[in-house]
Ligand binder design. Sequence first.
Ligand SMILES: [Zn+2]
Length: 137
Amino acid sequence: MDKVSPEERSRVMARVKSENTKPEKTVRSLLHKNGFRFRLHRSDLPGTPDIVLPKLKTVIFVHGCFWHRHPGCKKASTPVSNADYWNRKFAGNQARDAQNVAKLQEAGWRPIIVWECELRDLCALEKRLTSLLRRRV
Ligand SMILES: [Zn+2]
């Protein structure tokens, strides 16, 4: 059994997540390298997207596979202890993500999700992002 409560563990993990901005930085430098202009963390948009490309009316979320439940991803495992707690928490995250995507689309934005594990293959990620973004130019 875990000695820390699920709430405590959740708090610790959330802190780890917000401090670990490396995936986001990597995506930013990849966009920059390809000549895309962007803004960061526009809190006036649903879900405060990590990266906003105003000219392309596109926003990018860099999602952790664990928190945001990347479908079929090994990193999206569920902790064995307190499974009910985690499942509720994950369901909440997923519902919020889906709502944000819907609201953004209604407002004319195109949301793109980059999964943390995609950063293991930067060539593939670069190709995917640049082709998505260029399609709109
Ligand atoms: Zn993943």
